[in-house]
Design a protein around this ligand. Structure first.
Ligand code: DQA
Length: 172
């Protein structure tokens, strides 16, 4: 149990004097190749375009958004550590590390805000090894198989879960 039910808004991003809670979007290995990488599976949009879509959704809901992409498991783990007490929610597409990284699992278990797992494709409809996610057990929920729309929906889900737990936060 990670205390997820007691998640709090954490620190915030400033915006013209207003105080906005922050969502941290984490992208794992190979996602920087989106747009070129297996477009028949992952689509034609680049990671920058997905991040832009996520930012627009966050802004619309009164949240700030930070993004980190890395090929390295340790960077993802450190990003989750950095989010502790600092961001309200984490949206994580860990790429193939979703299926193997117990370090990331443990880091997310120690984060007490909202966690939404995200995939562009539907791993359950692909190779058997993609059917196990080690992120799912420490996530509030998973959005998968909806392509770029998932970035918008994952941010909205995160924002609404945060708002539901912290009535002072906009966007419930
Ligand atoms: C992915 C699915 C993973 O299985 C894969 O390793 C990725 C991308 C997705 O967004 O569909 O790199 O997370």
């Amino acid at each position: 149990m990670n205390g997820r039910g007691e998640g709090r808004a954490g620190n915030t991003s400033g915006d013209q004097g207003a105080v906005r809670p922050t969502i941290l979007l984490i992208s794992g290995p190979n996602l920087g190749l989106l747009g070129e990488r297996q477009p028949e599976i992952y689509g034609a949009a680049t990671l920058a375009q997905h991040v832009e879509r996520a930012e627009q959704a966050a802004t619309r809901l009164g949240f700030g958004l930070k993004h980190l992409q890395s090929e390295h498991e340790a960077d993802l783990v450190e990003a989750v550590h950095g989010g502790r007490g600092a961001v309200a929610a984490i949206v994580v597409n860990a790429g193939a590390l979703s299926h193997s990284s117990w370090s990331l699992h443990d880091a997310l278990a120690a984060f007490d805000g909202v966690v939404v797992e995200l995939h562009l494709s539907n791993p359950d409809a692909r190779e058997p090894w993609r059917r196990r996610s080690v992120v799912a057990p420490v996530a509030d929920g998973t959005i998968a198989g909806l392509g770029g729309l998932g970035y918008e929906l994952a941010v909205e889900a995160a924002a609404r879960l945060v708002a539901g737990r912290s009535p002072s936060v906009p966007g419930a």
